[in-house]
Design a protein around this ligand. Structure first.
Ligand SMILES: *Cc1c(COP(=O)(O)O)cnc(C)c1O
Length: 409
């Protein structure tokens, strides 16, 4: 007799999961209004969104950009990070966290993550600081907030900038304050898969007016505020949004608060139900995270206890009817980009005179991250918008797999 759906048993999650993105007449009307106005370019709607989103995250200033990736690059430049400087980043994140550093000819230095939070480990950050270190980029992974108290304290002590990669954390709060302006500045993404989306887009938030103006200049061709249009001060780029994106973001933002609450409530049900299942390790809240906005619901599987590989577990869970996956399947430094070796312009800045040495990423080892990429799986944020009863189906599915794990061997 088989119990698991992967072996022909009944599905635990017979449920029609919400689709992403979500839109209705509000979004449609907003887009048509821009179309008919003829004002398609970087204007009122973009400004209004910048103000509203900054306020939503408790920041004073918002400067939009074409993506989270380009926003990270502009923010690093505005913070004064330059060629040959070191920037400490976690290896459990999307490539942009580290590639943005390389794009401005600086050197990403990997600090391990904490297996209980999946965010950068402040102790390892401290160990990785050298006299070349200029900045730290914590990633608020899946909406969990990295330990900003410790990171800000470390940064202050060593005179470093803190740039939050908040590309998973629209709506997250640390001790009552929104992410993004907890350090010097922070960056969000509005790419299609994100909780707030205009297909592509990004924003930099900060409480520092001068920094905001420098970011504005970098994202708008190096122009100066109130200066002649064809006068350029910085080596910027064109990272501007259109009014269509601004209008869509405003419409999407009008639903974000409610969606964030639904996700958090449903994730609470999952935490309750999953934490006591032998073989499952949940990512438990730090009480200083006063709101955890879930871009993903990650949890870890005790592979030794269950005696299977994570991929098997995922296949079984998918067969039960759940939309889930492995997520980041390697630490960033294991990517071919970091593993290649050589000299010449294409290897700059990893081995070039700016850095004054060669960095060998094949020697980097972040042991916690290397374990996490083997045993962690992600449930996607759209799933968390389903009804509460669907969360109980997920719990039943996970429990069923753990109880019948022998069927997978
Ligand atoms: C999505 C994402 C980015 C980059 O955002 P894009 O808008 O896709 O360029 C950066 N960091 C993290 C952690 C992300 O998930």
């Amino acid at each position: 007799m088989t119990n698991l759906a992967i072996n022909g048993g009944p599905k635990a999650c017979d449920y029609k999961w919400p689709k992403w993105p979500i839109w209705d007449e509000t979004d449609k009307k907003a887009l048509i209004e821009v179309l008919e106005s003829g004002e398609w370019w970087y204007g009122k709607k973009v400004r209004e969104f910048e103000e509203k989103f900054a306020a939503f995250q408790d920041a004073k200033f918002g400067v939009t950009a074409s993506s989270g990736t380009t926003a990270l690059e502009a923010a690093l430049l505005a913070l004064g990070v330059g060629a040959g400087d070191e920037v400490i980043v976690p290896p459990y994140t999307f490539m942009a966290t580290a590639s943005a550093v390389l794009r401005i000819n600086a050197i990403p230095i990997f600090a391990d993550i904490d297996g209980n939070t999946l965010c950068i480990d402040p102790d390892d950050v401290e160990r990785k600081i050298t006299d070349k270190t200029k900045a730290i980029i914590p990633v608020h992974l899946a909406g969990y907030v990295a330990d900003m108290d410790r990171l800000n304290e470390i940064a202050k002590k060593h005179d470093l900038s803190v740039l939050e990669d908040a590309c998973h954390s629209w709506g997250s709060r640390w001790k009552g304050k929104g992410t993004g302006a907890l350090g010097h500045c922070g960056v969000f993404s509005f790419q299609a898969s994100k909780n707030l989306n205009s297909a592509e887009g990004g924003i930099i938030l900060t409480n520092d007016e001068e920094l905001a103006e420098t970011c504005r200049s970098y994202t708008n061709c190096g122009r100066g505020k109130g200066k002649p249009w064809y006068e350029h001060y910085l080596l910027g780029s064109n990272l501007r949004l259109t009014e269509f994106q601004g209008a869509l973001l405003l419409a999407q933002l009008s639903r974000l608060e409610e969606q964030t609450q639904i996700r958090e409530t449903n994730a609470g049900i999952l935490n309750e139900g999953l934490r006591n299942i032998p073989g499952i390790i949940t990512i438990e809240n730090d009480p200083r995270i006063t709101r955890r906005a879930y871009h993903l619901y990650p949890f870890r599987v005790d592979l030794k206890k269950l005696g299977i590989k994570c991929d098997k577990f995922i296949d079984a869970l998918k067969a039960e009817g759940l939309s889930c996956g492995k997520g980041y399947d390697r630490p960033l430094y294991k990517n071919p980009l970091f593993q290649r070796k050589g000299e010449g312009p294409e290897f700059c800045p990893m081995s070039c005179p700016y850095y004054g040495g060669e960095i060998d990423y094949s020697k980097v080892s972040c042991t916690v991250c290397e374990q996490v990429v083997e045993d962690t799986l992600w449930i996607y944020h759209s799933v968390l918008l389903a009804e509460a009863k669907a969360m109980h189906m997920i719990i039943d599915a996970v429990k069923k797999i753990c109880d019948n794990v022998a069927e997978l061997k």
